[in-house]
Design a protein around this ligand. Structure first.
Ligand code: IPD
Length: 273
C-alpha cells in the first residue's frame, strides 16, 4: 500500500540524516582505521557506529524486516536477499575517501521488497546532497527532480569507473584494459571513490555512464533505483539484467550508450555476495 511506501521512505530519510550527523562528526576528526581483507579495504569506527545505529533504528520501526549491511556481513552475517522486505545498507560508501577527508562519501540505504528496489536514499552529509527515490515516483536531489543526460554516443560521454590495486593480476589487467578502451573512445574517465555517489552522478546527468566489477550489493542497492527513476538504465556489464549479488554493474543515460559499452567491456567473474 502507498502508506507503507511513505512510512518506509520517511524512515529511510530520517535515519540517513541521523547517520549524516555521525559521518560529518567523524569526517573532521582523526580517524580510527582498521584493515579488513587487504591493506586497501578499510573500516573505521564511524562505519560500524553508523551501521549499528541505522539497523537498530529501522529494526525498532520494522521488526519483521530483514537486513543486509556491509559491516555485519564482514563480521559474518549472511548476505541473503529473499522476497521479504530487506534493508540493504552501506553505512559509509567511499570509506577510503572518508579516511582521507575527501568529501565524496555517503550513506546508502535501499529497501527491497519481492527482490525489487522500492525506496532509496543516498546522502552525502559533507556536501549536503540528499538523493532520494521511490519506485515509480522519480528521483530527487535535495527535493528537486533529477534526470540522466540522455547521451547516446560514447564519443561524447564522460564515463565513471574505479581503478584500484587488488591482489589478482589477471583481474587488474582486464580492469585496466577496459579503462583504456573507454578512455580512448569517450570524452574521458572519472574515478571518484564511491559507487553510490557515482550512480547518483549518472542520475543527475553529471556523468553519462558508470561501470565497475567487484562491487557489492550494498554499494548499488539504492543507486539502482535512483538511476532508473532518473530515466537511466542499470544492467550487468554484459547488458543482461542486473543481479546485485554478482558484483558487476553498468549504469548509463541511454540504452544506446549501454550497448556501446557492453560491446567493448570485457568481464571477469567475482565470487558472489
Ligand atoms: C567501495 C567504493 C569504491 C568502489 C568499491 C566499493 P566502500 O565501497 O564504492 O568506489 O570501487 O568497489 O566497495 O567499501 O567504500 O563502502
Amino acid at each position: 500500500a502507498s502508506s507503507d511506501v511513505e512510512k518506509w521512505y520517511q524512515a529511510a530519510v530520517d535515519v540517513a540524516k541521523e547517520a549524516g550527523v555521525i559521518i560529518r562528526d567523524g569526517f573532521y576528526k582523526a580517524k580510527k582505521v582498521e584493515m579488513k581483507g587487504n591493506p586497501r579495504d578499510l573500516v573505521t569506527e564511524t562505519d560500524k557506529a553508523v551501521e549499528d545505529m541505522v539497523m537498530a533504528t529501522l529494526h525498532k520501526t520494522f521488526p519483521d524486516h530483514k537486513f543486509i549491511g556491509e559491516e555485519s556481513v564482514a563480521a559474518g552475517a549472511k548476505c541473503e536477499l529473499t522476497d521479504a522486505p530487506t534493508w540493504i545498507i552501506d553505512p559509509v560508501d567511499g570509506t577510503m575517501n572518508f579516511v582521507h577527508s575527501f568529501p565524496y562519501t555517503c550513506i546508502s540505504i535501499g529497501l527491497w521488497v519481492d527482490k525489487e528496489a522500492r525506496v532509496a536514499v543516498v546522502f552525502n552529509p559533507i556536501l549536503d546532497q540528499l538523493y532520494t527515490a521511490k519506485k515509480g515516483e522519480g528521483a530527487y536531489l535535495n527535493g528537486q527532480p533529477i534526470k540522466v543526460s540522455g547521451q547516446k554516443e560514447l564519443s561524447k560521454s564522460l564515463v565513471m569507473t574505479e581503478l584500484w590495486c587488488r591482489p589478482d593480476e589477471k583481474k587488474m589487467k582486464i580492469a585496466y584494459s577496459n579503462a583504456m578502451k573507454v578512455i580512448s573512445q569517450s570524452h574521458g574517465p572519472r574515478c571518484m571513490g564511491s559507487a553510490a555517489l557515482n550512480m547518483c552522478q549518472v542520475a543527475q546527468g553529471g556523468a553519462d555512464g558508470y561501470y565497475e566489477i567487484g562491487l557489492h550489493a550494498w554499494d548499488v542497492a539504492a543507486g539502482k533505483l535512483i538511476v532508473e527513476e532518473a530515466g537511466g538504465v542499470v544492467t550487468d556489464i554484459t547488458g543482461a539484467p542486473i543481479d546485485i549479488m554478482n558484483r558487476r554493474l553498468l549504469c548509463v543515460s541511454s540504452p544506446e550508450l549501454g550497448k556501446a559499452l557492453t560491446d567493448i567491456l570485457e568481464i571477469y567473474e567475482e565470487e558472489r555476495d
